[in-house]
Ligand binder design. Structure first.
Ligand SMILES: C[S@@+](CC[C@H](N)C(=O)[O-])C[C@H]1O[C@@H](n2cnc3c(N)ncnc32)[C@H](O)[C@@H]1O
Length: 216
């Protein structure tokens, strides 16, 4: 097997085992440690990160002075990609991994970055014009479904939410994501502007659901 392919599958199997352990035990520390030690694996922007930025960009247009919250901001690639697209905004990042936040800080693009474990979002109600979250919501061992009402809480009315979910985890009733997502739509806390199926981790044949929603 080629060296790069071996490294990639080794990387993925370690990640998967750790994420599954978090699901079983509810203890985040092993995954935080894994992210702390492997932040370079995310440098450069994943497929999901690029796709979410493209979708969000379509809604930002030429607006400026916007506050954008990036949940699971990892190495700061969402801020970098949007910045390269010409987006003029104040970026705020949240991540549970200090290692990831350190890499993101080195890019110097975020106004503020906080270490926090979702569902906790340490900001007041109606703070952000846009919220982006790539590769963090609806993925085993990462942010739990209770994060969605919290995300809506900190978004301004008519603000736009853009995120990726792993399709298999959304469709797995045990994850609780489908239930919460549909509940938010049914009770009218948000409306869905777009739902697209696309790849998510191409090398592992994992597909994703990409959503753009608007807070009522
Ligand atoms: C798989 S990486 C996603 C990287 C990149 N955004 C992408 O699209 O691939 C998930 C990121 O979200 C963070 N994260 C996962 N679960 C989290 C939680 N419950 N609270 C805060 N951050 C979390 C991790 O530390 C990591 O930086």
């Amino acid at each position: 097997m080629e060296e790069s392919k071996r490294n990639q599958s080794q990387w993925f199997s370690e990640y998967k085992t750790t994420a599954e352990e978090v699901e079983k035990t509810g203890q985040y520390q092993p995954l935080i440690d894994w992210y702390d030690q492997n932040s370079e694996a995310f440098e450069g922007g994943t497929y999901a990160a690029n796709k979410c930025c493209e979708l969000l960009y379509q809604h930002i247009g030429n607006s400026s002075n916007l506050a954008i919250l990036d949940l699971g901001c990892d190495t700061g690639d969402q801020g970098r990609i949007l910045n390269e697209m010409g987006v003029q905004a104040l970026f705020y990042g949240i991540d549970m991994s200090a290692g990831m936040l350190e890499s993101a800080r080195s890019k110097g693009l975020y106004k503020e970055q906080k270490q926090s474990i979702l569902p906790e979002i340490p900001y007041p109600d109606n703070t952000f014009d846009f919220v982006i979250s790539a590769g963090t919501l609806c993925s085993p061992g990462n942010a739990p479904p209770e994060s969605l009402p919290e995300i809506i809480r900190v978004t301004k009315p008519a603000g736009i939410l853009c995120f990726s979910y792993r399709q298999h985890w959304f469709e797995n009733e045990d994850s609780g994501w489908k239930k919460v997502h549909e509940e938010m739509l049914e009770i009218g806390l948000m409306k869905q502007l777009l739902c697209e199926i696309d790849t998510y981790i191409p090398s592992q044949n994992i597909s994703g659901l990409y959503f753009v929603c608007q807070k009522f």
